[in-house]
Design a protein around this ligand. Structure first.
Ligand SMILES: NC(=O)c1ccc[n+]([C@@H]2O[C@H](COP(=O)([O-])OP(=O)(O)OC[C@H]3O[C@@H](n4cnc5c(N)ncnc54)[C@H](OP(=O)(O)O)[C@@H]3O)[C@@H](O)[C@H]2O)c1
Length: 252
């Protein structure tokens, strides 16, 4: 993601990379080879943070927490865009604290299309109740993906559950096999296809007795997420301090 962001920012006329924060050693050298002028390790991050308007983080929950713990005061008045996934309670609480003095937008998926799909899935689930329409989610990813179902599929399931008037996907069923018996109403089925170089596909199905509604998102370029993060950064920069989501950015 760091490389992808750097490439897109280099091609943009309204954005400039002030610098990068990387692990000491190989990553710093690699980043310098990529042409970044200022690359520092976390203990010297102030040398980048002091000069930026927006901090964009795609790293790890532990690194993000360390950065925020050390440098929260320096982020006051700035914008913070976070794409790192799997954030734990510590990282979330530090983000909430940071949001008291900085504009903070956190998203587990920066695709604008996926954000819209979440909204559409929730609305569709509200209009098509589980008594009449069975909701199933199918996702496909490249053979290198190590987790299933995808985080986005799970978020879509939560959106459907919210539309059904439930908070979580407690009726989640991953795949089906053997003598499963009749499908109970209200289940949300998840199915993961893995193979080749598929960047990412998500399908949300509402299966009724006489009709079927399908909502589909297909990613066609890996730069999608960096592109969305930069669009969000442009929107976030002038916003007042607070926690924001992709739905706020997109006006959903
Ligand atoms: N929101 C979205 O749309 C979206 C899209 C794609 C990915 N993501 C998420 O973004 C995160 C990064 O994804 P990626 O594909 O870019 O992963 P990646 O290729 O592994 O990059 C992560 C980067 O963060 C650095 N990093 C991690 N821990 C660090 C630490 N303690 N100190 C300094 N640097 C550290 C890594 O350095 P090293 O190279 O030295 O390990 C690496 O350069 C993941 O959580 C991923 O799930 C989100």
């Amino acid at each position: 993601m760091g490389r992808s962001l750097e490439t897109l920012i280099r091609a943009a006329t309204d954005l400039h990379v002030v610098g990068g924060i990387a692990r000491t050693g190989r990553s710093v050298q690699e980043a310098q080879q990529l042409g970044l002028e200022r690359v520092v390790d976390v203990s010297h991050a102030i040398g980048v943070l002091d000069y930026c308007d927006v901090l964009i983080d795609f790293s790890s929950p532990a690194f993000l927490a360390e950065l925020l713990e050390r440098y929260q005061p320096s982020l006051a008045g700035k914008a913070v865009v976070v794409g790192t996934t799997g954030l734990d309670d510590r990282a979330q609480s530090l983000l909430n604290q940071t949001a008291q003095t900085a504009a903070v937008l956190v998203a587990s998926n920066f695709s604008r299309g996926v954000s819209l799909l979440m909204e559409l899935a929730e609305r569709a689930a509200r209009a098509l109740p589980p008594a009449d329409y069975d909701a199933e989610i199918i996702e496909a990813h490249h053979r290198g993906k190590v987790d299933a179902p995808s985080g986005t599929a799970l978020s879509l399931g939560e959106a459907v559950a919210r539309g059904h008037g439930r908070e979580r996907t407690e009726h989640r069923v991953d795949g089906r096999s053997g003598r499963t018996g009749e499908r109970p109403r209200g289940e949300i089925g998840f199915h993961s296809v893995r193979g080749g170089s598929v960047i990412g596909e998500h399908h949300v199905l509402f299966l009724g007795t006489r009709e079927r509604i399908e909502l589909t998102h297909i990613a066609t370029d890996r730069a999608l997420f960096a592109d969305g993060a930069l669009a969000a950064a442009r929107w976030l920069a002038p916003q007042p301090p607070g926690r924001y989501t992709m739905a706020d950015f997109l006006g959903l």
